[in-house]
Ligand binder design. Structure first.
Ligand SMILES: Nc1ncnc2c1ncn2[C@@H]1O[C@H](COP(=O)(O)OP(=O)(O)OP(=O)(O)O)[C@@H](O)[C@H]1O
Ligand SMILES: [Mg+2]
Length: 467
């Protein structure tokens, strides 16, 4: 057999993803590849012939020479990066003659590439993990929408009136105002109520899955595709209602794909030849200002017009303070079921405090406050001490915690001490709300502002009920 020339071997090593060092029986470097030397800030000329410990940080090659045992997938910090290191004893004719060490990702660009790839896969995985098995039925009716204020009654009547038509509806309103609840109620009162109600959260579908999720795919459309293909959500919703939640988070590319479906009333599965007709009623929701996004060029005007045939604007909780008591009581009933309690009441002072707060997170924030209260309750009455400080202690609040850039200053007098976790969470929540306000509800931008990843941002929003 013809042997490979040495230059070939060197080139093969250079092309491989792993960097390589070979030491002799005494731990002296016999070979180290060029790229590894580059990364270590040395050269082959200098490194070869030196004891390995003098050239590579945190090396364990000398230990492998002592034990004769291989070490696989060890994490090794070198030059501020953490490498995945493998170390093998080299045994020739039954004798230990040296050791081979390999490390992965010596090149920061490679590392970044892998990280991005992994992030994308993790995002897709999380999406599937979180995707709840929807019963495809509306869960709420107009009777579940609590509130008798003039503001709320007006939109409720509008909702009931337009439910019967087939026109597209755009529900707008701040976060936590009940947009999703409203969409359910509309479907429930519509002629389509016997057909599926399919909620699609546009913010949580990774761009790469948008088409296959909505339109489905044909058999063998791509590697990893399920045999026999898969039905898209829009097909599942046929004859029923599609609820496009957080529509403002859709990328321009996905917007165009969606618009095509709404114009043609047909879908084409990924990799499929034929189009399929669908009959859908669209309800979309967002807490962002789509008209403004159209002006800024981040939302397609034609799609906006298609969706905004009827606009229902849900009022923020602070504009319907007279509903706060009734909503609180209805939320309490719901929470009691969750925590196996009953007979929970609110003191008049608590109701007053709740009415005085301005609720940037609206009904969802109120729900969180009540859930927290139920959790710290001894008896059956929710009193002021069971509410978070930021609701009861209006004057103290502004000086209490301040947030500017990366610095958080917390000045608490002794009477205001409470578990550190709570304080940190409050500041964190506030920072998220501020970032959302600054970016007009754009979660991707807000996550960027806070310097955290999209997934972690969504987790935090879910945790704090900001969503
Ligand atoms: N009128 C109401 N009566 C009773 N509960 C309500 C009402 N409006 C909202 N809620 C409750 O408040 C919470 C938030 O409602 P929902 O999820 O519909 O808000 P949203 O407007 O979709 O928020 P986001 O923009 O953050 O998605 C839910 O738990 C819902 O049950
Ligand atoms: Mg919602």
């Amino acid at each position: 057999m013809k042997r490979l020339p040495f230059e070939w071997l060197e080139e093969i090593i250079r092309l491989s993803m792993e960097r390589i060092v070979v030491v002799d029986r005494d731990g002296i470097i016999a070979y180290i590849d060029d790229a590894y030397c580059d990364f270590l800030g040395t050269s082959m000329d200098k490194a070869i012939g030196l004891p390995v410990q003098e050239v590579i940080e945190n090396t364990r090659m000398h230990i492998v020479l002592e034990t004769g045992q291989r070490e696989i997938e060890n994490l090794q910090p070198i030059n501020g990066s953490v490498m995945i290191a493998n170390r093998y004893p080299i045994i020739i004719d039954g004798e230990l003659v040296g050791a081979l060490g390999t490390v992965m990702f010596p090149d920061p660009d490679n590392l970044r590439l892998y990280k991005n790839k992994m992030n994308k896969l993790m995002e897709e995985l999380n999406f599937y993990k979180n995707k709840s098995v929807n019963e495809l039925k509306s869960k709420y009716t107009f009777n579940d929408l609590v509130g008798k204020s003039a503001e709320f009654t007006t939109v409720k009547i509008l909702g009931e009136r337009v439910a019967g038509s087939d026109s597209s509806i755009l529900i707008t309103g701040e976060s936590g105002t009940g947009k999703e609840l409203f969409a359910h109620a509309i479907h429930h009162s519509s002629l389509r109520s016997e057909y599926p109600f399919v909620p699609i959260n546009c913010a949580s579908i990774p761009e790469s899955l948008f088409e296959s999720e909505l339109f489905g795919y044909a058999d063998g459309a791509f590697t990893g595709a399920k045999k026999g293909g898969k039905e898209g959500l829009l097909k599942v919703a046929n004859q029923g209602t599609v609820f496009l939640d957080e529509i403002g988070e859709l990328s321009l590319t996905s917007q165009s794909k969606l618009l095509r479906v709404l114009q043609e009333n047909e879908i084409q599965p990924v990799g499929g030849q034929k189009t399929e007709a669908v009959n859908l009623r669209i309800i979309a929701a967002t807490n962002r200002n789509l008209a403004k996004m159209v002006k800024e060029g981040t939302f397609r005007q034609d799609l906006f017009y298609r969706l905004n045939v009827i606009n229902i604007e849900l009022p923020p909780l602070r504009k319907r303070k007279e509903d706060i008591e009734a909503i609180s009581r209805s939320l309490l009933l719901k929470l009691e079921r969750k925590f196996y309690r009953n007979g929970t009441d609110l003191t008049p002072e608590v109701i007053k405090a709740l009415e005085a707060h301005n609720w940037p997170g609206n009904v969802r924030e109120l729900e969180n406050v009540l859930e927290r209260a139920i959790n710290v309750l001894d008896g059956n009455r929710i009193e002021l001490i069971h509410l978070p400080l930021y609701i009861t202690d209006k004057e103290v609040k502004p000086q209490n915690t301040s947030y500017s850039g990366n610095e958080v200053t917390v000045n608490l007098s002794s009477s205001h001490f409470r578990p550190l976790k709570e304080t940190i969470e409050e500041v964190e929540k506030k920072a998220i709300i501020q970032a959302m306000e600054l970016t007009s509800g754009n979660k991707l931008e807000a996550a960027k502002l806070l310097g955290i990843g999209k997934t972690s941002f969504y987790d935090k929003c879910r945790y704090y009920g900001i969503k």
